[in-house]
Design a protein. Structure first.
Length: 49
């Protein structure tokens, strides 16, 4: 908890909040990107038949 308070006091609350959210949602964003790639491949394969 002390680390978070030090970050907030040094960087500011909005910056710390954005960093926290980016770190937390990184895995979900990567999974979404992989799903979009798979969908693009599936649609591309379907159109070539």
């Amino acid at each position: 908890m002390t680390t978070w308070m030090a970050l907030i006091s040094n960087l500011g609350f909005p910056v710390v909040l954005v960093l926290y959210l980016l770190i937390r949602f990184e895995k979900r964003i990567m999974t979404l990107a992989e799903s979009i790639d798979k969908l693009r491949d599936a649609l591309g394969t379907k159109n070539t038949r």
